[in-house]
Design a binder for this molecule. Structure first.
Ligand SMILES: Cc1cc2nc3c(=O)[nH]c(=O)nc-3n(C[C@H](O)[C@H](O)[C@H](O)COP(=O)(O)OP(=O)(O)OC[C@H]3O[C@@H](n4cnc5c(N)ncnc54)[C@H](O)[C@@H]3O)c2cc1C
Length: 315
């Protein structure tokens, strides 16, 4: 079937924004500009763990739960990876001390996956032992497709050592995701389902938004039916309705799964779903290394870029 014009433009814009964002002069401009920083603040809770805890407490007062993400990607030395483990341990302990459910989201490349699988595995195991101590949970975010197989495999290995405290993410756009979902369902690993945020080639990922949505619905149904406390992570009103409708038709208890959304995106919808009695967890990023995260949010919704440019326009 032919993709329609709007879909083609959307796909092209996403790719273009991610490509432009990789250019050094753009990164310097956005990082140092006062106004782009102000816009980033909408999506990032602050520089420190204290800022993120404060955001988590405000959300908690409104009946929402959180997962905190100390931003950063791709460390290249074991020292940096150890520092990341320590900072994540500190985040888990700080959440526990503040009376928040200790729940964090972590990228394996921050724990040394580019150094070796073993380094990432051992660092994650150390972090999971802290998570077990504080009765917390660590979600292993899914990065670009070159890491997909390793991420699923390491999650399985870690889950067999520290069950109940670790889960991962499945991206609906990847061709491999049906098989991965079945693998994770069988091992009772908690899965967060997302559309997928990286620019991927057609050889590994669906390109048309309609096809990604259809895959999302198919995987959502499998996870709600047979998964272990799945998280349905989307801001898309049609997919949220599809999830609610499926759960209702199948008589699936809303306490056996949850919705997730990103900090600063569709806040009213977050509050409304929590008010209707659905579990709603907000992904709260913090830290000084916010640039790549911010670029992906702009790529998802180029309207946010227009907002930045309008703020920058003189008079
Ligand atoms: C909790 C959570 C965790 C995630 N973890 C991962 C991960 O580990 N790996 C990964 O690849 N991706 C991850 N993502 C990102 C995900 O893959 C998508 O890129 C992102 O969620 C946008 O897709 P969408 O389902 O919201 O639908 P879209 O089609 O992007 O958006 C649907 C509608 O939502 C609203 N909306 C969406 N984005 C924005 C925005 N930035 N600003 C304002 N409104 C917006 C708009 O109304 C839009 O029409 C995560 C997303 C969430 C919510």
């Amino acid at each position: 079937m032919e993709a329609n014009g709007a879909e083609m433009i959307e796909t092209l814009l996403r790719g273009a924004v991610l490509a432009v964002a990789e250019r050094e002069e753009i990164e310097r401009f956005v990082r140092n500009g006062r106004l782009p920083r102000k816009v980033a603040e909408r999506f990032v809770a602050g520089d420190t763990v204290a800022d993120a805890i404060q955001a988590g407490q405000l959300l908690s007062a409104a009946g929402l739960t959180t997962t905190l993400d100390h931003l950063g990607e791709n460390v290249l030395t074991t020292e940096e990876a150890h520092a990341a483990v320590q900072s994540y341990e500190q985040t888990l302990r700080a959440m526990s001390a503040a009376g928040l459910e200790p729940n964090i989201s972590v990228k394996l490349t921050m724990l040394g996956l580019d150094i070796s699988d073993d380094v990432a595995h051992d660092n994650m195991l150390a972090l999971l032992e802290t998570a077990r101590d504080v009765h917390g949970f660590v979600r292993i975010d899914m990065e670009d497709s070159q890491y997909a197989e390793t991420t699923v495999r390491l999650t399985e290995a870690l889950h067999s050592r520290v069950p109940d405290h670790v889960g991962t993410v499945i991206q609906a756009y990847l061709h491999r995701s049906d098989r991965d979902v079945e693998r994770l369902i069988e091992r009772k690993v908690r899965v967060r389902l997302v559309k997928g945020a990286y620019a991927e080639p057609a050889s590994v990922a669906l390109q048309r938004p309609r096809e990604v949505d259809a895959a999302f619905v198919r995987l959502m149904e499998r996870l709600l039916e047979d998964g272990t406390y799945p998280a349905i992570a989307t801001h898309d009103p049609a997919l949220i309705r599809a999830t609610q409708g499926f759960a209702m038709r199948m008589g699936i208890d809303p306490h056996t799964w949850e919705f997730q959304m990103l900090y600063g995106v569709r806040r009213e919808a977050q509050n409304a779903l929590a008010g209707e009695g659905y579990g709603m967890r907000v992904y709260v990023p913090f830290g000084t290394d916010w640039y790549s995260y911010f670029a992906r949010r702009i790529a998802e919704r180029p309207a946010n870029l227009l907002f930045v440019l309008r703020q920058l326009a003189p008079g």
